[in-house]
Design a binder for this molecule. Structure first.
Ligand SMILES: NC(=O)c1ccc[n+]([C@@H]2O[C@H](COP(=O)([O-])OP(=O)(O)OC[C@H]3O[C@@H](n4cnc5c(N)ncnc54)[C@H](OP(=O)(O)O)[C@@H]3O)[C@@H](O)[C@H]2O)c1
Length: 257
């Protein structure tokens, strides 16, 4: 199977890094010059144009910015035939893609920033024209750069709230968490390393536990202990409501398109 990528920015480069058989990868960027340069860096095949790419490959992965998707689609539409088109663009639905490309096999994937370190949390969905074999193949491409969850398209906005955008929320939480230790005199980098280790360990603990996050909060808090003081402070300051509102705002924005 030949896999083609159109738009070779941060995301496409990260996904290509995860593919071991680089000979199967073809790329097309905004100009032939940048395509050649990027192909050299990534160790993959360059093509002359987006149309040339579509003629050569079996699967087309569209990695351009959402606002470029319509024009790139109209450029390649007559060559797509029954080839699978994959889009990773935020806000563009399968219906949008069908409007741009026609009734062809379409897969929509939403990776996140962590793909760049092969720890993406990605959502995947498809239209009814995609065969099981092609769906599994595309899933495996994204599994190489992290975990892939099958999510109904109507829940993609919710997914973006808790996985697409959440790295920024978690970075903010880490920043807030470590600040007080720095105030107490701890070196910034030491506080960062300690906080990241605690966040990572807690996420792994939760993943391996049969308890919910809420149940673990109760387990960690011994009566009269130190942790309960902090948890009560979070509750008194409406921590849950603040985070809920942030996720809701993200979901609302995504739904607006
Ligand atoms: N970054 C993320 O964390 C993230 C997460 C989930 C989904 N996504 C989605 O992934 C897609 C790509 O995001 P990105 O962050 O990788 O963007 P990016 O770094 O800006 O990459 C987009 C690439 O497309 C190229 N391009 C522009 N016009 C083109 C054309 N007509 N034909 C071929 N290539 C063209 C650009 O080349 P020039 O630079 O030369 O213009 C650029 O290299 C977006 O749709 C975004 O919604 C991104």
């Amino acid at each position: 199977m030949k896999i083609g990528f159109i738009g070779i920015g941060n995301m496409a480069s990260a996904i290509i890094e995860g593919i071991s058989d680089k000979k199967s990868v073809y790329i097309s960027s905004s100009t032939p010059e940048s395509t050649l340069e990027k192909a050299k860096t990534l160790g993959v095949n360059a093509t002359k144009s987006n149309r040339d790419l579509v003629e050569q490959v079996d699967i087309i992965i569209l990695c351009v910015k959402p606002e470029m998707l319509e024009s790139v689609s109209s450029e390649i539409k007559d060559l797509v035939g029954n080839k699978v088109c994959v889009s990773i663009a935020a806000k563009k639905t399968i219906k949008d893609l069908e409007n741009y490309l026609g009734l062809v096999p379409i897969i929509r994937v939403m990776p996140n920033l962590n793909a760049t370190i092969k720890q993406s949390t990605s959502a995947i969905t498809r239209n009814e024209r995609v065969t099981e074999e092609n769906y599994e193949l595309v899933k495996s491409i994204f599994s190489n750069v992290g975990e892939v969850f099958e999510v109904e398209e109507k829940l993609f906005s919710a997914f973006i709230g808790i996985a697409g955008s959440s790295p920024a929320f978690i970075f903010k939480f880490i920043d807030a968490l470590m600040n007080q230790a720095v105030e107490e005199g701890m070196d910034f980098n030491e506080a960062l390393a300690i906080t990241v280790s605690a966040v990572k360990g807690s996420a792994d603990f939760l993943q391996q536990s049969s308890n919910t996050a809420q149940e673990l909060v109760v387990k960690v808090c011994s009566p009269g202990g130190t942790t309960i003081e902090g948890v009560q402070s979070l509750d008194n300051n409406n921590f849950n409501e603040i985070v809920n509102e942030a996720v809701a705002a993200t979901i609302k924005k995504d739904k607006l398109g």
